[in-house]
Design a protein around this ligand. Sequence first.
Ligand code: NAD
Ligand code: ZN
Length: 341
Amino acid sequence: MRALEKSKPGEGLWMIDAPVPEIGPEDVLIKVRKTGICGTDIHIWKWDEWAAHTVPVPLITGHEFAGEIVELGRSVTDLEIGQRVSGEGHLIGHQSRQSRAGKFHLDPGTRGIGVNEQGAFAEYLRLPAFNVVPLPDAIDDEIGAILDPLGNAVHTALSFDLVGEDVLITGAGPIGIMAAAVARHVGARHVVITDVNPERLALAEKVADVTPVNVASEDLADVIPRLKMKQGFDVGLEMSGNQRALDQMVENLVMGGRIALLGIPPGKSPVDWSRIVFKAITIKGVYGREIFETWYKMIAMLENGLDVRPVITHRFKADEFRDGFGAMLSGGSGKVVLDWS
Ligand code: NAD
Ligand code: ZN
């Protein structure tokens, strides 16, 4: 089968001919139809310090996918051949206290497909049946292929009650933009999204009803009186990983405001600790998706009017993967989807 592999340390990925994975009794084999390129894949492409420390080579990369079940392990009874599926790319253990309490997304032994284990940028993917999420007809393969990052957006956005709230999202990358669409869908009052990249802010306006603020040239505080908010934002969703963005968020939040942090800063970054204390701010770190509550809620929202399709800005054949990575590296793209069929 064709597969996109990190074959050796250094920049790039290579299309190789790999054996079709053999499945165990509790696995399924999925014929991959569409995959999404993630920021994580860009770290692996560039082979930065994080990737060099984390990713074993050789490794088939990729973790955002949709496809069709073509083989069932002999113990798998609740799935069917021919079923259209996506799936949770975090492989968890079942022995930790968190897992045994049903908080699967908090298992400390989590391993990622395409990061620690063989991934989804391939014609076939082996996945534990436990991780499979069947797709309803209303969700086609390209939306199925971006459920992993949409799940990050949903997990973060649903961390706090957003009904009637004024929400600040810092970072208009694909995940920030999808979080804006989710915040709108669940009934936020104002949704303001910041970035320093005008292309990204323009895309955000296409996908969701948001107020864009380019913090490279505008003062975020000016938007508060303009939108007739009293003190500031009720809830902040940090989706840039940028230190200045978090500072601005704390500064422009109301007393007792709430922050969900998804963005990952490049290293240790200072925070204005006393400001957080005196404003009585609640902060929650968000990792991955809740397994499987996020999947359940995200699919329900997609079946009931949530539309994130315009966040997909580029579509390529898998063999044109260099163009796909090029679009991602340009910095202005939304989601880039590769077609493996
Ligand atoms: P992305 O890099 O495409 O988007 C980040 C955006 O932030 C960019 O558009 C960038 O221009 C913008 N930005 C930079 N400086 C800014 C500033 N000062 N103010 C506002 N915006 C600024 O990333 P993405 O794929 O959309 O993912 C969002 C973040 O979530 C990333 O940091 C990613 O690493 C992280 N992430 C975390 C998890 C998790 O489980 N916690 C999972 C997936 C992604
Ligand atoms: Zn991803």
